[in-house]
Design a protein around this ligand. Structure first.
Ligand SMILES: [Zn+2]
Ligand SMILES: [Zn+2]
Length: 101
């Protein structure tokens, strides 16, 4: 008989899914690195100085995960970071207004 592996309902988090772009990771990528801000270990969430688990990870940890974890990048559905507005300006700049009188 096939013996199914036992489920761990409380041990492993079910991963994370981005609500913006729908990407999902089997494990939260920020948990793959230690937090440089609060020194939370790999696999454990960010901690406040009080010891409570923070709702969101520290920004420094997210940046570190972006640079470290393969397959984890900036959200394509998020607002572009400092994207300059591309203005369609002609190089010669000679826009002629022809008035048909
Ligand atoms: Zn942290
Ligand atoms: Zn996303």
């Amino acid at each position: 008989m096939y013996h199914a592996p036992p489920a761990h309902p409380s041990a492993a988090p079910p991963g994370v899914t981005c609500l913006r772009c729908g990407q999902s990771w089997p494990r939260d990528p920020v948990l793959e690195v230690a937090c440089p801000s609060c020194h939370a270990k790999v696999g454990s969430g960010c901690k406040r100085p009080s010891g409570h688990q923070a709702q969101h990870v520290h920004a420094a940890r997210d940046l570190l995960a972006l640079a470290t974890v393969l397959g984890y990048g900036p959200c394509p559905a998020a607002e572009p970071i400092a994207a300059p507005q591309r203005r369609a300006t002609p190089t010669n700049g000679t826009t002629q207004l022809t008035l048909n009188l």
